[in-house]
Design a protein around this ligand. Structure first.
Ligand code: ACO
Length: 362
């Protein structure tokens, strides 16, 4: 039995391929490195949605209109977000959308608006209305920070959105496909996927990566801090991956984007020291298992450099990954087969239960 479903092929997809041995991420025939930093998020989404979502060829206007519609829908509800964390607020807002009629671009646009408004609400800041004339990346960055980004910031944020748009059959995408396979709609699939993304073993890691950098404090303290954390049996956030046996290619793309913003972030030297100490310690701790940095490590640095609060990192991830969740849900619906694995029963059989209960009673 494959504990954790390791190595099990549960779906065929034309959307993305994660080559864990070579450290490659391929999106519909394109290497991530040729897309990130060059393509706009709208273009990568159109690539993923091709032949799956009607009218997906040019999404700029649709996403702009979708953000305006989502804002009309959500803005009267914003007081109800009081006291919710950013990820809970985003999940709550998206769950209010109807499954029918299915509208993929409205849902993706709404994910962006829900992300920005719930992050601001969790900080007790007023929400900002969208600007349909801006690109999706520029408008989301403006809405969530309350001020427009300059060209370098928008490019860095767009690089993040593209790098996070899709990644094979990860836990949240698998969740989206399971829900889609039941015939439930796109909103149900995306809201369920958000639940899976939230955990620290998946999309909840980048905030804790910054907590770790805070705790380490100075570059020269990294080796001792990391060794002590490993000795306590803790997992180092931002290290390790179920599929990659080499470096996660998204880590390099995101590190390059952080470096392009270097003047605005003074933690890159600390992060590099923690990365180095982590690699040394994990090689010693698990000699047979290559554990390298994953996407979340430099995601944390990049989003921090863009002045995005750490409690907002997972919602930002969700807003980007919604593009991939929708593509996978649509692809799964075409397949038409219910995803329903089996479990191995390891509990007692009725006769044994009856006998033992009888002897306990006696
Ligand atoms: N720190 C310390 N030890 C680790 C780490 C880590 N980051 N990652 C794996 N290990 C250890 C495990 O404890 C395990 O040891 P054990 O056999 O003594 O229990 C061993 O290495 C092998 O690990 P696996 O079981 O093969 O790892 P798995 O595939 O289950 O986990 C995961 C992958 C969940 C990402 C893991 O590496 C982890 O917890 N990392 C930290 C959290 C994190 O960065 N999450 C973001 C992932 S990226 C994403 O989802 C977008």
């Amino acid at each position: 039995m494959a504990v954790g479903l390791d190595g099990i092929i549960a779906a065929q997809t034309r959307l993305s391929h994660v080559d864990g041995e070579a450290g490659r991420l391929i999106l519909r025939g394109h290497e991530l490195e040729t897309l990130a930093g060059q393509w706009r998020f709208e273009q990568v989404t159109a690539l993923l949605w091709r032949e799956l979502v009607p009218h997906a060829a040019d999404l700029s206007a649709d996403l702009g209109r979708g953000r305006m519609r989502a804002w009309q829908h959500f803005s009267p509800l914003l007081p109800t977000l009081n006291g919710m964390s950013a990820i809970e607020g985003m999940r709550f807002l998206l769950a209010l959308l109807p499954d029918e009629p299915a509208d993929a671009s409205l849902l993706l646009a709404a994910a962006g608006v829900a992300m920005a408004t719930s992050i601001r609400s969790a900080q007790n800041l007023p929400a900002l209305a969208p600007d349909a004339a801006l690109s999706h990346a520029a408008d989301l960055l403006r809405m969530l920070r309350g001020k427009a980004g300059d060209a370098a910031e928008v490019k860095a944020f767009e690089t993040y959105l593209v790098a996070a748009a899709d990644h094979g059959l990860n836990a949240s995408t698998f969740t989206a496909r399971v829900v889609a396979s039941t015939g439930a709609g796109l909103v149900s699939a995306v809201v369920a996927a958000m639940g899976a993304l939230k955990g620290p073993l998946h999309g909840g890691a980048p905030g804790p990566v910054l907590d770790m950098l805070d705790a380490v404090g100075q570059a020269d303290k990294a080796p001792a801090w990391i060794d002590a954390a490993i000795a306590r049996g803790e997992r180092l956030m931002g290290f390790g991956h179920r599929i990659y046996r080499v470096r996660d290619p998204r880590a390099d793309v995101l590190k390059a984007a952080v470096n392009a913003l270097r003047g605005r972030n003074n933690r890159i030297a600390l992060a590099e020291a923690v990365e180095q100490a982590g690699l040394v310690a994990l090689a010693r701790h698990k000699p047979g298992r290559r554990l390298d940095v994953n996407t979340e490590f430099y995601t944390a640095l990049l989003l921090e450099a863009l002045d995005i609060p750490r409690a907002g990192f997972t919602p930002v991830f969700a807003a980007a990954r919604t593009a991939g969740w929708i593509a996978h849900a649509c692809e799964q619906q075409l397949d038409g087969r219910l995803l329903r694995p089996a479990s191995e029963y390891i509990g007692p059989m009725p006769q044994a239960v009856a006998a033992s209960e009888w002897s306990e009673a006696g």
